[in-house]
Design a protein around this ligand. Structure first.
Ligand code: URA
Length: 435
């Protein structure tokens, strides 16, 4: 077998055999297949797709490329949550402490940013002192003692995904149902939770642009999870415009704290409560009653129990818990550029992908896999879809420590806004729950 034959076969749109997939994936993981060969195969998969059977095999091979975690020493039903990637999506930072405060053990591994979307690990690393890696025993002990630990995906879990993910991020090969399914599910199956809540994003700021594609992705992941003995729920949620009012690592931690403190934008609060309720339901904490799960989640948020759990979580992982009362500890950007409306009217669309790219180019994301992230970089949105504006009104402010990058980000952020005479309809935030 050789790599060029396999790449050519997929380029022609033919299904690969299990042996061919294994040859490429394990060869790449072991350094025999080179970056440029894997990039070519990933692009061919993006363009030609894979069958469900190829995707099942790809997921299995990626899962088995490393270690599988045994969480049986943790009491209770362990529930994981995973987003397919969005812009301004800081829900893990809110949902995990809510669910943990309600008695659902959270032993979670999260990822870094991918393409124009942010990643939880990068966000957590903007908290001074916060450590996103932990030895296995400390991880298990943390969950048994305080109910929550969230760490970065270690190199031992699905190492094939770790390498492929980094390559996809910088080769324009993120938007494929098969690659997303296998990437997410290989990690989730290896990470040992009993149940998984998926937040499948749909719209301009998601990898799946249409509802139909998002639904297909959700259905494939739910099927693969169930086929491997996991309880699964998928929530399909809107990502036409960014979630919440801020994008960028430290800025998103600030907004997560606002929500945990009882404030924050309505959309991020509502989606976080929905996802937390689904975790409480799968975690068996509401006797199978969805309405009761919602009430339990709401009580944890409104009583301050979730914020207290967040403080314990930050402290346990070496972070400074004073960030919950003094957000200036998260650092301030050196430069800010305001973006203003050129005309009167309504914001008829706020293109989430364009905002994600603007934030990435201002310094919040990577363009090459070795790039460092500027934790202070990002965007505060003053106006979102449906808001009325007058010429000269502030639309958003772009932040960062590199002036040239912030200016580029501001030019791009301007293009994200469409302004017209008529107030648009707001799309539903939560489109469907597949359970
Ligand atoms: N999240 C992942 O873990 N992998 C993807 O491919 C997309 C989102």
């Amino acid at each position: 077998m050789n790599a060029v034959d396999v790449i050519n076969k997929k380029r022609r749109g033919e299904a690969l055999s299990t042996e061919e997939i294994e040859y490429m994936v394990m060869g790449f993981t072991n350094g025999v297949i080179l970056d440029y060969q894997m990039s070519a195969l990933l692009m061919a998969i993006c363009l030609q797709g894979m069958t469900k059977e190829e995707t099942v095999q790809l997921t299995r091979i990626m899962r088995d490329s490393g270690e599988t975690v045994d969480l049986s020493e943790i009491r209770g039903i362990k529930v994981d949550k995973h987003s397919t990637g969005g812009v301004g999506d800081k829900t893990t930072l809110i949902v995990a402490p809510i669910a943990a405060a309600c008695g659902v053990p959270i032993a979670k591994m999260s990822g870094r940013g991918l393409g124009f979307t942010g990643g939880t690990v990068d966000k957590m690393e903007s908290i001074p002192g916060f450590v996103t890696s932990m030895e296995r025993d400390a991880f298990i002990r943390s969950v048994n003692e305080i109910g929550i630990a969230v760490i970065g995906q270690t190199g031992h879990i699905a190492p094939a995904d770790k390498k492929m993910y980094a390559l996809r991020d910088v080769t324009g090969t993120t938007e494929s149902i098969s690659l997303i399914t296998s990437s997410i599910m290989s990690k989730k199956l290896a990470a040992g939770a009993d149940a998984i809540v998926l937040d499948v994003k749909c719209g301009s700021g998601a990898f799946m642009k249409t509802y139909e594609d998002a639904r297909e992705l959700a259905a494939w992941m739910v099927d693969i999870g169930r086929g491997n003995g996991k309880s699964m729920t998928a929530v399909i949620s809107d990502m036409e415009q960014p979630l919440g009012n801020v994008v960028g690592n430290a800025l998103e931690v600030r907004e997560a704290i606002d929500v945990l403190s009882g404030g924050g934008p309505k959309d991020i609060r509502a989606l976080s409560l929905r996802l937390a309720a689904e975790m409480i339901l799968l975690g068996g904490r509401s006797g199978g009653d969805r309405a009761k799960a919602e009430a339990i989640a709401l009580e944890a948020l409104d009583s301050g129990a979730a914020l207290e759990k967040f403080r314990q979580f930050v402290t346990n992982q070496g972070g400074d818990p004073r960030i919950t009362v003094d957000q200036s500890l998260l650092g301030e950007a050196g430069f800010a550029v305001e973006v203003r409306a050129a005309a009167d009217g309504y914001v008829t669309a706020l293109d989430a992908m364009q905002v994600g790219l603007a934030s990435q180019h201002a310094g919040a994301g990577r363009e090459k896999k070795e790039d460092d992230i500027d934790m202070s970089a990002g965007i505060i949105l003053a106006k979102k879809t449906g808001d009325e504006v007058r010429a000269g009104d502030l639309l958003c402010t772009v932040y960062g420590n590199n002036e040239a990058k912030v200016k580029t980000g501001a030019e791009e952020a301007h293009k994200a806004y469409s302004i017209g005479p008529d107030k648009p309809e707001q799309p539903a935030l939560i489109k469907e729950i597949i359970d």
